[in-house]
Each structure stands twice: as C-alpha cells, then as structure tokens.
Design a protein around this ligand. Structure first.
Ligand code: 3PG
Length: 207
C-alpha cells in the first residue's frame, strides 16, 4: 500500500474538487493532466462525487484519484470500494483512525493536540486545515519544532500568490487548493482555461 507521504510527493498541488457530474469530472481530469497535475481530490460534497471517483479511477489509471471530505469510516469504505487511491479528511475521528483500509488517509489537523492524537494513531502526515485561518506559514514553522518527523499538506486559502511560500517550508510536501479548479470555469465548461491556470501554477512553483 502507498503511504500518505508517497501520495503527497506525486504533485506539489492537490486540486480540491467539487464536481456536479461525472462528465464534468472526466473533462476536468483531462484538463488537469494536460496542465501537468495528475492527482485529484474529489470531495464528497456533491452527489456526483462517488460516481466521479469510480469513473476517473477507471479511465485514468495512471493518475492518482483520491477522495476528499471523507468524514467517517462508512464514507472511507465507500471511496475505497469506488477505487480511490487515497482519502483526505478535514479532521480525524477515532473511527477513521482505526479503520483498516487498503488506501492511505491524510487526516486534517489544526492544533498541536490534534497532531499528537494523530501521532498516537500512527500518522505522520497531515492536512493542515483550514491553513490560512489556523496560522498558515507561522503555524507550520512553529509545529516544525516539536513535531520534527511530521509533514503537512496545508489546505484552505492557498492560491497562486502564497503557494510558493508554503512549499518553501521543510515540513510541507504539497499544498491543496481549489484555485486551479474554479467552480465557475467548470460550470461554463472552460476546461482549456483550467489547463492554462494549472500550467501557470506549475511553472510558477518550479521557477
Ligand atoms: C478544502 O476543503 O480542503 C478547502 O476548503 C479548500 O480550500 P480553498 O478552497 O481555499 O482552496
């Protein structure tokens, strides 16, 4: 089984996706891959999400299709059965932490106590959420002192302007964000613009 860290090393950006139809997601997956991002966090925030995970995982086997907003072990099982390669949650509950799954979980944390609880369950990689609200770069630097072995994927309020500063931190392996997959561009089916935004983001991060 892949580790959460291996998932985090696939791409500097994990797009956080809310999708209204399987078709939209298939176009979006193509657009993102074309732009240089072949990992997707499809959040369970819409009725189409589970079907979209299933279809994208099948049609894009070389990409990494994951599920986001996985709030409990029932949902964890559902996304695993749908073929997700990883799961992300905004926080951590006991049932999620002990669920025996075949895919890695990247649980969300916002405080030192939550990191410590996660470490007790065996996690060493977390999503920092909502990153900009809970202290952003300052919080990540501060967590680096007591939690030297821990790495993060900050998510929430990350954009083209601040992404590079987050990624410059030693304990940040990747960042999550919805800015490269704007809902209005998806709704308007302007997928070529999403490819453009994605390419620009990758270029800027590698510059
Ligand atoms: C998430 O759910 O992970 C965040 O809401 C994404 O945050 P963003 O929309 O600010 O990128």
């Amino acid at each position: 089984m892949l580790s959460a860290r291996e998932v985090m090393r696939v791409s500097k950006i994990i797009p956080v996706i809310s999708i209204n139809s399987v078709d939209e997601m298939l176009y979006l997956a193509e657009a993102l891959i074309e732009g240089g991002v072949s990992i997707f966090e499809i959040t369970l925030r819409t009725p189409a999400a589970l079907g979209a995970i299933q279809e994208v995982a099948k049609r894009f086997p070389h990409a990494m299709t994951g599920a986001g907003t996985v709030l409990n072990s029932e949902q964890f099982k559902k996304v695993e059965d749908a073929g997700a390669s990883f799961a992300i949650s905004p926080g951590l509950t006991a049932s999620l932490a002990i669920y025996k799954s075949s895919i890695p979980l990247l649980p969300g944390v916002a405080t030192a106590s939550e990191i410590m609880q996660g470490i007790e369950y065996g996690f060493d990689a977390f999503k920092l959420f909502p990153a900009n609200i809970v202290g952003g770069i300052g919080a990540l630097k501060a967590f680096g002192a007591p939690f030297k072995e821990v790495v993060f994927c900050p998510t929430g309020g990350i954009n083209a302007t601040n992404a590079k500063d987050f990624l410059a931190l030693e304990n940040v392996l990747c960042i999550g964000g919805s800015w490269i997959v704007p809902a209005e561009l998806i709704a308007a089916k302007r997928f070529d613009e999403i490819t453009k935004i994605t390419k620009e983001a990758i270029l800027a991060l590698n510059a």
